[in-house]
Design a protein around this ligand. Structure first.
Ligand code: PBG
Length: 327
């Protein structure tokens, strides 16, 4: 047939599993993942988060079980969130030496020095009102919150955190935290900034897990409007200028255009946060037998890397590490 040369045969490169592996452009590795952990104050508790099947809040004495598993699976980094017993107006639990995240950090670094501890630097898990900064006149006061965030970052570094990840969305947090870390001698501790964080309904299950739902209002005066794209570049640009070493885009799945924009317009590692709601939706569908969980999760995380993410913060990290190790 002479006319077969008139069209392209793309299927040649899809003809077998080996051929497809040979030309695959994006692959996942356990090195790509950061696994979030919720540390609960108290003793001997391991609570499954009802809206996040497979994700647990653990007390310090039960942390070892998680760490052992994470280590054996080859996951290199964890992100710590605290669930304290007591909260106050200022979020004191975020920055005291005996804070739950500080204690957990010391524990990780003693038992598993090779696991990188990423500390989420925010006040919302520790404030009685559930907002990410100090409240004045029914809104979060940007500049008054900055010193508390800086104190939180320094206390996390003192406890041994390897990376500081500020998620509070106050303007200037990278400058203030960088300065405070440097002053305290932590010039080598990088900042992984939640530079591009949208006010998203996808955080619902996390707020159950971390008990951090705002007690009034919402986070729309500090987190970004999901309708905006240019604004993401302004946020990314200012955080890089202020000294951010990594940039987080959050959530991930509905924001892959933003991941690509940030990747194309900056030269620091880009991190996609595959958030709680993105996890819960998949788990719910999987538990109903409506989807193939493994295939769907692999596709979803691959698409985040394809979009430009260098790293992914994900509650699926352990599952994916197991699947990758099976191969
Ligand atoms: C703290 C913080 C939140 C998440 C990470 N850090 C909650 C929020 O901003 O309300 C959400 C993570 C997730 O949904 O998985 N500010």
């Amino acid at each position: 047939m002479s006319n077969t040369s008139e069209f392209k045969r793309h299927r040649r490169l899809r003809s077998s599993a080996s051929m497809r592996s040979l030309v695959r452009e994006t692959t996942l590795s356990t090195d790509d993942f950061i696994y979030p952990l919720f540390i609960l104050e108290g003793t001997n508790i391991k609570n499954e988060v009802p809206s996040m099947p497979g994700v647990f809040q653990v007390t310090l004495d039960r942390l070892e079980e998680e760490l052992k598993e994470i280590h054996e699976l080859g996951i290199k980094a964890i992100m710590l969130f605290g669930v304290p017993n007591e909260k106050d107006e200022e979020g004191t639990g975020a920055f005291i030496a005996e804070g739950i995240v500080q204690q957990a950090t010391r524990k990780v670094k003693t038992g598993y020095p090779d696991i990188l501890v990423v500390a989420d630097t925010c006040l919302c898990e520790y404030t009685s009102h559930g907002h990410c900064g100090l409240i004045h006149n029914h809104d979060v006061d940007n500049d008054a919150s900055l010193p508390l965030l800086a104190k939180t970052a320094v206390s996390q570094a003192e406890a041994g955190a390897d990376i500081i990840a500020p998620s509070n969305m106050m303007d200037g947090f990278v400058t203030v935290i960088r300065h405070a870390l440097d002053e305290a001698g932590y010039t080598n501790i990088p900042i992984m900034s939640y530079a591009v964080k949208y006010a998203s309904a996808f955080y619902g299950p996390f707020r159950d897990a971390a008990d951090s739902t705002p007690q009034f209002g919402d986070r729309k005066t500090y987190q970004m409007d999901p309708a905006n794209r240019q604004e993401a570049l302004r946020e990314a640009e200012s955080d890089v200028a202020e000294g951010a070493d990594f940039l987080i885009v959050k959530p991930a799945l509905s924001y892959l255009d933003i991941v690509r924009d940030v990747k194309n317009n900056t030269n620091v590692p880009v991190v996609a946060y595959n958030v709680s709601g993105e996890y819960s939706m998949v788990k719910a569908a999987a538990l109903n037998g409506w989807i193939n969980e493994k295939e769907l999760v692999m596709e979803k995380l691959t698409s985040m890397k394809r979009a430009g993410a260098d790293l992914i913060i994900t509650y699926f990290a352990k599952d994916v590490a197991k699947w990758l190790n099976e191969k």
